[in-house]
Write a protein that binds this ligand. Sequence first.
Ligand SMILES: [Zn+2]
Length: 170
Amino acid sequence: MLSTIDDATLMKVASSLGEEEAVKLIEYLKNLEEITDDEIANKTGIRLNSVRKILYKLYDHSLVSLRRTRDPKTGWFIFHWRLQPDQLEGFILSQKRRVLEKLNVRLEYESKHDFYYCNSPGCRRVTFEEAVEAVFHCSVCGRPLDHSENGIMIEKLAEKVEQLRKELGE
Ligand SMILES: [Zn+2]
């Protein structure tokens, strides 16, 4: 059923959801037509609460579909889930676009500012304007602020932006 989607793609999706158990759950779902959340919990050993949390997250991104039936005995709702492989590519593209947007903002910020740093771990760099205001001393640790070279960072950001643009066909 999911022959068009390779494992690497699936794993990218799962890890972008930020949960280790999402990987396990998607791995399991991809070999099935339709399954209830109870069954997933039983078969994978993932706690039912976690299973539902992950499924709703996937559902938010239209990566799974949901069908609801009623248990004739108990009258309770039963939720049947199904992976939507055709939505995965679109999801990955929109994730990449979001990353690209963030990288562009960062790249512009890095390019347009001169930075100063006290070289103390835990302190942050400040812009030239902030450094002037603090008379070139760190407002946290008090050490003098040195010019902080960000050319390499800009280069790396630009590379990543270029790579994502290519992947997105922009
Ligand atoms: Zn400092």
